[in-house]
Design a protein around this ligand. Sequence first.
Ligand code: UGA
Length: 437
Amino acid sequence: MRISVIGCGYLGAVHAACMAKLGHEVVGIDVDERKIAELSAARAPFFEPGLEALLDEVQLTGRLSFTTDMAAAAGSDVHFICVGTPQKKGENRADMTYVNAATHDLLPHLAPGNIVVGKSTVPVGTASRLAGLVTEQEPTAHLVWNPEFLREGHAVADTLSPDRFVYGVADGSEDHPAVAVLDEVYAGSLAGGTPRLVTDHPTAELVKAAANSFLATKISFINSMAEVCEAAGADVTRLADAIGMDDRIGRKFLNAGIGFGGGCLPKDIRAFMARAGELGADQALTFLREVDAINMRRRSRVVELTRELCGGMLLGQRITVLGAAFKPESDDVRDSPALSIAAQLQLQGAVVTVTDPKALANAAKRFPELQYVADLDQAVANADAVLLLTEWQQYRDLDPYEVAEMVGSLRILDGRNVLDAAKWRAAGWTYRGLGRP
Ligand code: UGA
């Protein structure tokens, strides 16, 4: 099939490459010339494991091209909208500027029978509104809401074989003509056994909001347990292991630490609360305010713990932060708890050095006032305290004896509870985890 993908960020670039991998002829469209130039040269404009290899592979087939010209969408049977919906400045709501602009610019290029597929995370009600614009322009075209559930760091695999597909169509019916078209688009993945559900527009939009809210709630739940564990002298990691063995609960997403960040969970729960308020259902989601508050409290807690670790004063303390990305295997620093903690420590007088295998360039753009050192050994040299805040494998694998040779004082705060506390203590370190004795 001929497919256009509008928006080539973390979602769209991966989607475009994966659709070409599935055998389609794909054009990726974005207003950012730099991004398009890089993608056209088969270079990923951001770090995502496997993406560059996939771009290389599919570009050799000639099935994938990139452009800044929206007119290139003409001739495609299916148009995916993959642009961002960041948090609106000064508000909790989602900023719909990019989705609205992408749809508006696409409309003149629609042909009879085309399918427009929204993948961006949007406030419920958006799909029906955009569907109206699509059919006004082209009465035989259809709009489907097909939320995306990929995780950064696993985006290629999550796109090629997701847990499920959700197709939100106007009448919510399996017989809707767009269902067969999307089945053809995803034929390769469906043949691999990925289940798919057909729903109406608002249900499809809500599936995404509900999924991210549940994940955020799970993380904040375990972080609230970490607070209680700290007060009671208990160990939240063992608690999570034990409750996670109940398969109704499950162990995944129960890692206590510095909390969730990134371009999705924080802004999605806020946008969801704001939208529920507009719909008169705000009471239903008041718990998400607490989820958000527990999450933000983690960051201040780490600042306080670091102060304790440094003998009660941050002023002039040399602190090395391991990790700037919001999670490992990504260079994304949007709402990164690690960077936010680093910045707060610096504001309180500490001398902060940040290192990260992939995210330093993005981090430096966001917080130019921090010092960034790419080399790990140089970064930890003479540190008064080391903070592990993003659990990259190389930080998990650190040898406490080797690091001890480089730092100024043997103090480590494990913000992700991934180090072996006994091993670090045996090597002479003062070890602090979160929610652990
Ligand atoms: C999240 C969802 O997991 C995806 O399903 C969704 O498609 C995506 O948002 C989106 O809306 O586009 P992502 O933001 O890539 O994906 O990252 P997650 O893997 O969900 O991690 C989010 C944050 O939670 C990270 O900061 C991570 O460190 C933190 N986390 C995760 C914890 O603190 N504890 C855990 O146990 C798990």
